[in-house]
Unconditional design. Sequence first.
Length: 119
Amino acid sequence: MSNIITAKQSPRLENNKFVWYEGDTFSISLTLSLIDEETNENITLDDTSTVIVSIYKSKILVHQFVFNEFDNNQIVMVFDDELSKKMTVGEYNYTITHKCLNTTTLVANNIMEVEPCLQ
């Protein structure tokens, strides 16, 4: 009897992009390490901070995560059933922006990819 070929881990980081199978639900936790360029001190996200993760497909906004509360500079993006249904097979771009006294783009046009999975 032969071995069954299993699926790749989903989600996963592959070739510098987030990749998962269509229909999967999961959470992605990111810890943001921010440093003040003038003082060289770590920036702690607090109640004056907002972090926005915007996801686009073909330059059209698909979803936005908005975070105003932080635990150790961490954000958790939850890809639940509702969001998973919006994100069909294909390539997406995402940006991460920090808004406080100034608006700073932390991540610009990184790639997410949803792969087909017949279910």
